[in-house]
Design a protein around this ligand. Sequence first.
Ligand code: IPM
Ligand code: MG
Length: 378
Amino acid sequence: MNYNIAVVRGDGIGPEVIEQALLVLQKVGKKFGHTFQCQDVLAGGAAIDATGMALPQETIDVCKASDAVLLGAVGGPKWDNLPGDQRPEQALLGLRKELGLFANLRPAILFEDLIDACPLKPELVEGGLDIVVVRELTGGIYFGDRGLKDGPMGKTAYDIEEYSEEEVRRIAKVAFEMAMKRNKHVTSVDKANVLETSRLWRRVVAEVAADYPQVTLNHMYVDNAAMQLVRAPRQFDVMVTSNLFGDILSDEASMVAGSIGMLPSASLAKGNFGMYEPAHGSAPDLAGQDKANPMATILSVAMMLRYTFGLLKEARAVEKAVEKVLHNGYRTPDLYQPPDSNPLATAMSMISLPIAGAFGTQTLIGTKQAGKLVSAEI
Ligand code: IPM
Ligand code: MG
């Protein structure tokens, strides 16, 4: 089969992590007999430099004509002083809207081998963690009316949050469908004690739940959810929430999973079309130093294989390859912990317990080596 992919390398570490993900994709093609035809398009800072616009029409057109989009990351200090509506991030928001990508899936999986990279107490995450945040992506405060006006207390800015029943219904369905394939538990996160949008959200989610009697639904206020994620993360399976709350909670969930450098994401439209990108940003401070973790982008490719192309075996092969590389002790700098910097290891050695093997031996690797190692395991 031939698949067409629009590729936005983007800014900062974007091009580096995409390069490694494409290496992995090519290996999948070779091994399983597919061709992945990739077409580079510009968006974000790189597009501003080349065309004066963060999201050129040509990029939208090519993305729409493709089967899927793979994106690195956009933004950087170079473009920080541009007015809000011209910033590189607008490209991301524009793509989400133009391509109808209303459902954002952000899995936070703590791999067994990364338990020591998780900042939570080991007993809270024993046996690993597997949460997926389902974030509404084309509505809410991100896309409501916004502006600046004069008020009695000086300039007054506003951003309006709106949600329609249909917007809530379609994202809730995605969450429940997802839960049916997992542990059949949905936590809907809102602020229904204060916000009208949340009250509508809660009502519609409960209506959708009626169609999924096998799935347990609970509602949780967002402040409590933020606390519960670090207090007892294993209580979560699928979390469904609004655009803004999902932005915040998915970053928190990613840290629980060891590093945001491990967190992939899928943004799905109706049908099979999707845009796939790491959940991390462009990290300009790491760019060009072979220090970025490409795993989030590589795992995003696995999501593309699964959700847009329906290539489940291939997706699993990529995920297994990532697990293998981690299991073999290879770590990019975001995950690397030399044994003597690990307080638990130090404490254990001080009371002279055997520590060999307790944390394994870690080998520090760069971006390029990580991509090569994963490809070699496929
Ligand atoms: C994300 C990012 C974006 C968002 C920014 C860059 C606009 O934080 O994808 O989570 O807020 O959605
Ligand atoms: Mg974010």
